[in-house]
Design a protein around this ligand. Structure first.
Ligand code: DP6
Length: 337
C-alpha cells in the first residue's frame, strides 16, 4: 500500500497566534487564509516493518532531519492516532510506516512550510486509510491541525477558516472552506528581505502570546469583528474592506508579539521600508493591494489582477534592493496524487 499527497502553504488574512491548549494546538481564536498555488510539498506513505521518516530537497538530495524535527513527526503521528481513535478508526494508521517528504519550498523564501507539510501528511493519511475509514474534510483538517495549526486551512481549496470552537476535545477546532479558488483571483507576491532563520519559531511563539497585555483584546476583536468582516470581504470580493481588516490584524498580531515576555520582534527595518513604499505607491496609483506579514520580516503583497503589471514593476525594484521575490496566487488545497 502506497499513497502520495501534494499540498501547499497558505497566507493568513486573519492570523492564528496563541492557543488555549498548546499540546493539542487548539487556537485561542479563529483565523482565515488563502491557500497558495505554489510551492508544493509531496508526501508518500507506505507500509513498512519499522517507522522510517526521510526528507528530500527539490533536487532529490536527502535532507538530514534534526532530533527535534523527528520528534515533531512522531508526536504528530501519535496525535493523529488518538484523533482517529475518538472517531472509531483506531488501528487504521499503523505504528510502522515509511514516510517520504519531498519539499519544493526553497529554504530561503521565508514561507512557513509547516502548513504545507502537515496538511500534506493529513491528506496522505486520509488516503492511506480510506479503504478502512472515510474521513470527512473536517476530520482531515483536524489531523492537519495536530501537526501545525495553520495546516488545517491548507486542506481546502481557495479561502479557508480555522474555527477555534470551544473546550479541550482533540477535534474541537476544525477547518472550513469559505470559498473555492475560482471565486476570486488574488495574487500573493512575497518579498523576502532577509534570508536569516527566524529566531523563535511559531510553536514557541504561540506559547508566549498569553503574556502580552494586548492578547485578550486581540482574541475579542477577532471573534466579534475581524473574522466576520474578513469572511464578508472575501464572499463579497470587497477589496477595500479586505485591505483594512487584513492589515489591521497583521499589525495587531505584531503588536502582541512585540509586547510578549520576552518580546518577539520579527519585523525588520527592511520590512518597514517595503511597507512605506507600497503604501505610498498604492495611494498614488489607487491600487488594490494590501500587505501582511507572518512570524518573520517577509512581506506578502496580496492584490487583484488589475494590479499585476504595477506589482511586477514594484517587485523588480525590490530585487535591486537585494530582496528575494516569490510569486504565487490563490490555489488548490491538499490533494491525493
Ligand atoms: C504567524 O501554524 O506555523 O503564520 O501550529 O506551531 O505549527 P504551529 O504554528 P503555525 O502558526 C502560524 C502563525 C502565523 C499566522 C498564521 O498562519 O495564521
Amino acid at each position: 500500500m502506497n499513497t502520495t499527497a501534494v499540498s501547499f502553504p497558505n497566507i493568513a488574512f486573519i492570523k492564528y497566534w496563541g492557543n488555549r491548549n498548546n499540546a493539542l494546538r487548539l487556537p485561542a481564536a479563529d483565523s482565515l487564509s488563502m491557500t497558495l498555488d505554489r510551492p508544493s510539498v509531496e508526501i508518500t506513505l507506505s507500509d513498512a516493518d519499522r517507522l522510517s521518516i526521510r526528507s528530500f530537497e527539490a533536487d532529490g538530495k536527502e535532507k538530514i532531519l534534526t532530533e527535534k524535527q523527528i520528534s515533531r513527526w512522531k508526536e504528530t503521528l501519535d496525535l493523529m492516532r488518538s484523533s482517529l481513535g475518538t472517531i472509531g478508526a483506531e488501528g487504521t494508521l499503523p505504528e510502522t510506516l515509511s514516510l517520504e517528504i519531498r519539499s519544493h519550498i526553497p529554504p530561503s523564501v521565508g514561507l512557513a512550510s509547516s502548513a504545507a507539510v502537515f496538511s500534506c501528511l493529513a491528506r496522505a493519511v486520509q488516503g492511506f486509510i480510506s479503504d478502512k475509514t472515510r474521513l470527512t474534510e473536517e476530520q482531515t483538517s483536524v489531523l492537519a491541525r495536530l501537526g501545525s495549526g495553520s495546516a488545517a486551512r491548507s486542506i481546502f481549496d481557495g479561502y479557508a477558516a480555522l474555527l477555534a470552537g470551544s473546550g479541550n476535545d482533540i477535534d474541537a477546532a476544525v477547518g472550513k472552506q469559505i470559498a473555492d479558488e475560482s471565486h476570486w483571483t488574488l495574487y500573493d507576491f512575497v518579498i523576502i528581505p532577509s534570508t536569516h532563520e527566524k529566531k523563535v519559531g511559531s510553536t514557541e511563539g504561540h506559547a508566549l502570546a498569553h503574556t502580552s497585555p494586548l492578547f485578550d483584546q486581540r482574541v475579542k476583536d477577532i471573534t466579534e469583528r475581524r473574522q466576520p468582516q474578513c469572511i464578508d470581504a472575501v464572499l463579497r470580493k470587497d477589496f477595500e474592506l479586505l485591505q483594512q481588516v487584513v492589515e489591521e490584524d497583521a499589525l495587531d498580531m505584531h503588536a502582541v508579539m512585540e509586547s510578549s515576555t520576552p518580546p518577539l520582534k520579527y519585523l525588520s527595518e527592511e520590512t518597514h521600508r517595503i511597507l512605506r513604499e507600497i503604501t505610498s505607491l498604492r495611494e498614488e496609483r489607487h491600487l488594490p493591494v494590501l500587505y501582511t506579514m507572518d512570524a518573520g520580516p517577509t512581506v506578502h503583497l496580496i492584490f487583484e489582477e488589475s494590479a499585476l503589471g504595477e506589482m511586477k514593476q514594484f517587485t523588480d525594484i525590490q530585487k535591486q534592493k537585494r530582496c528575494l521575490i516569490f510569486e504565487a496566487k490563490v490555489g488548490k488545497g491538499a490533494y491525493l496524487k
